[in-house]
Design a protein around this ligand. Structure first.
Ligand code: SF4
Length: 301
């Protein structure tokens, strides 16, 4: 499978069947906490990266044989850079009644075509890690053409027009966006965006740069300032599914590329194929890294 992976356990969406519509690390941000590593293709133009019919064909092949709570556009970069996303959402809705979610950095919601493309999704979750330009540039390291004020205005506009569930997530990174001043700027933006809810997250997988999750004091400060938030700070639980894959190697590479796994998760996953950790250690491109006292495996093609 080239475009579809999982289902994977998600901290917000339960069992989530992932759809990737973007080449590896193609994004208009290069967030310090990105679990995919540094952005190698920093672009801000929307394009068709792959034939949209091929993506739909794969989704149609998988959809009837997996148990999933959501079908989620996420994956290897920013999904709204794919200009076929609206067509894909529309076509997938014709073949399933499973809810469709889009995890996005929200940077292009100021564009009418992007807002229209996401209008038929059931859940849209943009991220907002800063309310001021300086923090935005530090934590998200965006394309030079992007401005936080314009992005916040786009989210406000989207919130007014959109009829589905609309949540904003804030990733809290120690020393970047956990101070009072920065959190008050985020709060003021959220008050204007008026989402249905706010998720407060911390990085739980190895990040692109040498950063750490906010500590308990930072999380409490954020909770106190941002108010009514859902804290999603524990690692996800649940199984990674093998249903989409025909071999252990295909499965391990597809998942570890998009979703670094903890050692315990990977052991369980490999057990379903009758393999153990020595199998992944023999694969080119698979790396073992430590983060916050835990061992993770990731794959860099
Ligand atoms: S976290 Fe998302 S928005 Fe940030 S660099 Fe990674 S893919 Fe792009």
């Amino acid at each position: 499978m080239r475009f579809v992976y999982g289902p994977v356990p998600s901290r917000r969406l339960g069992r989530s069947l992932g759809i990737n519509v973007i080449p590896f690390k193609t994004c208009n941000y290069s967030c310090v906490y990105c679990q995919l590593g540094k952005t190698t293709n920093l672009i801000n133009e929307r394009r068709s990266f792959f034939p949209k019919e091929d993506i739909l064909k794969e989704v149609a092949e998988v959809i009837g044989r997996v148990e999933t709570d959501h079908i989620t556009f996420a994956g290897e970069g920013e999904p709204t850079l794919c200009k076929d996303i609206g067509w894909l959402i529309e076509e997938i809705k014709k073949i399933t009644d499973k809810p469709i979610a889009v995890l996005t950095n929200g940077s292009l919601l100021f564009r009418e075509d992007v807002r229209q493309d996401l209008a038929e999704a059931d859940v849209v979750i943009p991220s907002l890690d800063a309310g001021d330009e300086r923090t935005f540039r530090r934590i998200n390291r965006p394309h030079k053409d992007l401005r936080i004020d314009e992005i916040i205005d786009g989210m406000i506009e989207f919130g007014k027009e959109y009829n589905g569930k609309f949540y904003v997530e804030v990733m809290l990174v120690k020393g970047y966006n956990d101070s009072e001043e920065v959190l008050f700027a985020i709060k003021s933006a959220l008050e204007r965006i008026k989402p249905d809810g706010v998720y407060l997250l911390t990085p739980v997988r190895p990040p692109a740069s040498n950063v750490e999750p906010a500590d308990e004091i930072g999380i409490m400060r954020a909770n106190a300032i941002l108010g009514d938030v859902v804290r999603v700070i524990d690692p996800e639980i649940g199984e990674f599914s093998t249903e989409c894959f025909s071999s252990a190697e295909e499965a391990v590479k597809a998942l570890l590329k998009r979703h670094p796994m903890r050692e315990d998760q990977l052991k369980d996953f490999l057990g379903k194929f009758g393999e153990d950790l020595s199998f992944v250690e023999s694969l080119d491109g698979v790396k073992r890294v430590e983060f916050m006292g835990k061992v993770f495996y990731l794959y860099k093609p």
